[in-house]
Design a protein around this ligand. Sequence first.
Ligand code: ZN
Length: 838
Amino acid sequence: MDLSRLAAGFGAVLLITASAVPAHASAPARADDRGSTREFGNGPERNEVAAADSAAARILSAAVPGAAWKPGRQGYPRRHELRVYPANPEDRSIKLGLIPYHDIAPRLNALQQASDRVSAEVVGHSALDRDLYLVTVTAPETAAEAARQQRWRELIENDPVAAKRDRSLARGYKTPVWINANIHGDEWEGTDGALRVIERLATATDAATKAFLARSRVYVTVTNNPDGRIAGTRVNGAGFDINRDHATSSQPESRAVRDVVIGTQPFVMLDEHGYTGTTLIEPATPPHGQNYEYDLYIRHALPNALGMEAAIQRLGHPETTRADIPFRDYAPGDWDDWPPIFTPMYAMYQGAVGHTVEIPLQVNRDLYTTLPVEELRRRAGVNTDVAAATIEAALTYADTNRASLLAGQIEQFRRGWAGEPQRSVPDGYVPGFGPEDRYSTTFPRAYVVPAGARQRSAPAAARLVNHLIAHDVRVTEARTSFTLNGRRYPAGSYVVDMHQPKRGLANVLLEAGRDISSLVPQMYDISGWSHRLLWGASVDISRTAAPRVATSPVSVATGTSSVPQSRELALTLRDPADVRAVNALLDEGIKLRLYGAATVVLPASAAWIADRFGVRLEAAPRGHAGTPISRPVLAAAVAADELFALREMGFDVRTVSTATLNAGASLAGVTGLVVSSGLNYTQLTEAAQAQVDDLLSRGGVVTRGVTGATFNAAAGLLPATAVAGRGDANGVVAVRNPGQVTGTDSPPNSFVYSPLWFTGTGFTVEQRYAETPLVAGHWLPTAPGVGGPSQAAGQASVVSGTTARGSRAVLFGTEPLFRAHPKGLYAQFARALYWTNS
Ligand SMILES: [Zn+2]
């Protein structure tokens, strides 16, 4: 969150045809007229800048996630000696007079030597394999005392009624507060402010600090994004905005803080960002996430924010005379807490009162190079003061209000276990609370992930269940078959009983979501997501009936698959795991054939992929030769998230862009082209265009979005006219799948961001928007009757065909790879890649 707010909408409807190629086919930046700012992580800019290669990111994108960090039961201090990195003079922190990444470990090592209050440990690694540090500051604890703290934490979550009655817990449980710093790499000073607070707490000799540390644990993830801190980028080394990834967990940095928030269960947390001109402190504007226990949140979030505002006022800087508190100061929709993709919003579902804090003075982007060094350092100094002041104020608030915060967290988990409705919050509950703030839901009684034939995709089901478990959602497995709502479920089906402490998190991941277009004029970021509708697994909802079946808790789900006795086997491409298995076989030179559009026929000797990738194999259909599949070698001008997703599926991808092709990058050996970002056909040099033309005559093309459609028109591929919906429109959409290439068995839902549709003739419609396209999210017309979901209704969202140059093309108006989130849509893209390459 920071810098110039990018444009919400296209000024006018955008038509992209071979005869009318707009010079700038992407959303223009728009100056904002108020202090608040926004930035879409992996948003419209995804279409403009093609991802460049990063070998290290490639390695990690393919790697199995590391073991989850657990708090452990050893005492404090723990005194882990952190590995020290060589000094890096290129670290962008240095110019600002801030602490470069390579200096953090030596400082923490020295602090651990000097103080028995400080413990540092590594809780994960960045995309480029740098250590992620968690510092815990607290009074020394024996192992027995630490174990008792851990038992109390578990009691609060697992038996809140007993926790509420436990007087020794009320007296002795240390108030947990978590500070996350520098998740956006070029918003540096959260790290420096947090280190200042850590050093004060470590060395202060006053009785008040000693007493505070005896009843508190302060947890600090010192920099959540070392790759970005060093490089001066918002994103991590794989090009991801980590503060958009918490519901998806595609990146190691978001997984690390997920494990920290689960393991430490903070009462209060701050996520330190910048730069908004004025310090900004949440709580946020509506729409508020409908799965929160919002009464428990806002009763502390607002006074805590006011305390932080008072603290920055006391600093006395002319720039810190006030804060923007969106709940108090902004209009609905200007700074919302709707999606669980942001750290504090995610943390709220884990029991924390979460706040984004934006420190005020910009030092990044263009100003990093244009402002004099002295001014940059002055600004960085003010920002560090603000970060430290907000952290100190939050610590004071948490300490002062620990009994009430403890009661609130217990109450949140108690309501979950009891299955009680959310509380209706009256007007004036806190100053400014009104009808516009009232969001709630009715939780279903259970979700069921069927096993057996009623499960569309075994690997997708296993992935979803493992994702839920990793997020501390409780999942059980039925020991026997059972009937629920008239449906029969086999033993081994998974059950998410919604009577559980973190039901809000379970529901925010599994519900469809809601069409909130009419509620606010605009949204900060995505407004729709759904692991149930977009991750490819069949999931049933039981609104009121609880499953009556004996169950066992699940700690890990595996895709169990029996391999049929058959000379040849078949694998249907429904999931990234299926695609990864096929690409692994192609990498080994095993001959495969495509039967229909989505079924891959393989020899019985390749049955090992069933265990390795958890995929479901069937006997191959008889009597069809099928088409041989060649191993695609892709040149991809795509956004970073798409590059990541393509490599997640095991495709051989070489990154290209207008610039690299014009600089002479070779397409020799490439069999297909993917275009969604940073490749403009008309801007290619003659030599580069000749190379691309050669590829277009022998290889296939898959495009996505406005940049892809513009490329299609300019290169004269398919005679489809692309029409763009409003640029910030996004969400889960309903679709029909008439096409054979992306598959009639594709899910009936897709995801859009800046939706596109295609008109004309001379191509095959693979997929259409349904008559009522938007299921969940925010999608308004750009003008009455223009660019809205009514205009998209029934229109083609994905098209395919053979181009005038004789090769095959598929154009996506949807977002099947968006931020590596919609796992259940990946296979459509993979099918298009195999089809255009065969
Ligand atoms: Zn930020």
